[in-house]
Design a binder for this molecule. Structure first.
Ligand code: NDP
Length: 423
């Protein structure tokens, strides 16, 4: 999909085909990789028998196979998010201007919602109302329930989108007539339900879900007194990354997914299934595999995380600040600007997508604690490498189309796409 200078959206055939093939690969991968990991782990997504009281109070070790527990967990989670998202205070952030000149507004209270959720769950665990391993005991069931939910919800979105006569940019239906294409990419840009922006809601759910899975896997580790250095590092990096995400949640409002992708299966599945269940593969893997990480390796690992984080956050912040105020100081100096529109100093003067480089380093740092004995924990950085190279190409053609000679001048000044002197 491309957003042209006149502000209209259009889908180019090649990018659609690419996105479609990519999506199929992603969907297939998500089914294969976790189950491959599953085969390599002793207690993979299910993590063995139940260890304590579930929210239904089942008898220890007895598993109901009707899926009701997983459905109840998901419904409770979504209900909680919908409720606190609407009532908790948070900065009201205007989204980017849509082609019809309107803007959506996002209440950025994700951090508060997350802290409250963890506090409530912590209290529930302390009162023995809920088991800390309630998620890690039923990983595979939760994965399939969430997958089915994503499938069903996008069917509803598809049908509602087809029926809609809305004319606003955020809701205007975009129907190609190809059912699979329309269901996969979605019909509407920003559908909402009872005042909740679903796109923003699902990505929030995915990021929080990832943390909850990690914490639940960590709880399982506490049953083993020998908590490994690898697990501590992985958990620490992820907590920092996820907290950072919610701390800077408003930056999300200007990302590609929010401003340019319609809400279809690709995005819903990506948010609800892909993020929580594949980004946590390392944690599941570490449950069944011991890694002896030396002190030196651990320190080097921390460096990779810190450098990656500084580049990732620094680059995104510089662009965000520049968009708000084109005269903002970049690294203490007035910004170098091309054509009055593009930032060409700071991280954006080193490579045209140094934010992707930072994200890749962070992703690598999540996997390094697992050592190099298996490729399974490296699934996330490898996937991200492919995704971001592809994304950078799509963004590049979008910007070339939108900024024309200004973009060409920028490319001359900053020839590197992601990694200086290499790519
Ligand atoms: P970017 O934040 O890089 O945004 C690209 C847009 O920024 C361009 O389309 C253009 O938009 C604007 N832009 C590009 N260059 C310049 C410049 N020099 N000066 C000013 N504006 C510029 O892209 P994404 O939304 O793809 O990524 C956001 C973050 O999310 C990244 O850090 C990425 O790594 C991360 N991410 C993580 C994923 C994961 O699975 N972990 C998946 C995808 C992204 P405009 O038309 O507004 O000028």
């Amino acid at each position: 999909m491309a957003l042209y200078a006149n502000g209209t959206f259009t889908t180019t055939k090649s990018s659609t085909e690419l996105a479609f093939i990519g999506g199929i690969l992603i969907a297939t991968g998500s089914a294969i990789i976790p189950s491959t990991a599953t085969g390599w782990l002793e207690n993979p997504y299910n993590g063995g028998p139940k260890t304590a009281i579930s929210i239904h109070g089942d008898v220890e070790g007895v598993r109901e196979d009707d899926g009701i527990d997983e459905v109840a967990l998901l419904v409770s989670f979504f209900t909680y998010l919908a409720f606190v998202g609407s009532v908790l205070p948070g900065k009201l952030v205007p989204g980017v201007a849509l082609p019809d000149g309107t803007r959506l507004h996002y209440r950025c209270n994700g951090l508060l919602s997350l802290i409250l959720l963890v506090a409530l769950l912590g209290t529930g665990v302390w009162m023995e109302f809920v088991s800390p391993t309630v998620i890690s005991d039923r990983g595979l069931e939760l994965l399939s329930t969430t997958f089915i939910f994503s499938f069903l919800v996008t069917l509803v979105l598809y049908l509602a989108g087809c029926k809609s006569h809305a004319q606003s940019s955020s809701l205007k239906p975009h129907v190609t007539g190809n059912i699979i294409d329309d269901w996969w990419f979605g019909i509407q840009l920003n559908p909402h339900l009872m005042g909740i922006d679903l796109k923003f809601f699902f990505v929030r759910a995915g990021m929080m879900g990832w943390l909850l899975i990690n914490l639940s896997v960590l709880a399982k580790c506490f049953q083993d007194p020998d908590l490994s250095r690898s697990m501590i590092l992985y958990q620490l990096f992820c907590v920092l990354y996820i907290l950072d995400y919610f701390f800077y949640e408003e930056y999300m409002t200007s990302t590609w997914d929010i401003i340019a992708e319609r809400l279809g299966f690709m995005l819903v599945f990506g948010d609800l299934v892909w993020i929580p269940f594949t980004f946590s593969i390392q944690a599941w893997w570490l449950l069944g595999n011991k890694v002896e990480l030396t002190k030196a390796a651990a320190i080097a690992n921390c460096f990779v995380f810190i450098i990656g984080y500084l580049v990732f956050r620094g680059a995104n912040k510089q662009k965000h600040d520049f968009k708000k105020n084109p005269k903002v100081l970049i690294w203490g100096r007035p910004p170098k600007v091309i054509g009055g529109k593009l930032l060409a100093s700071g991280y954006w003067g080193i490579a045209r997508h140094s934010n992707y480089l930072g994200d890749l380093l962070v992703a690598l740092s999540f996997s390094l604690p697992c050592g190099i004995s298996s490729p399974v924990p490296y699934f996330y950085p490898l996937y991200l490498l492919i995704l971001l190279i592809w994304r950078e190409r799509r963004d590049e053609s979008r910007c070339a189309e939108k900024y024309r000679e200004v973009w060409a001048e920028y490319c001359k000044l900053v020839p590197w796409r992601i990694l200086p002197y290499i790519y």
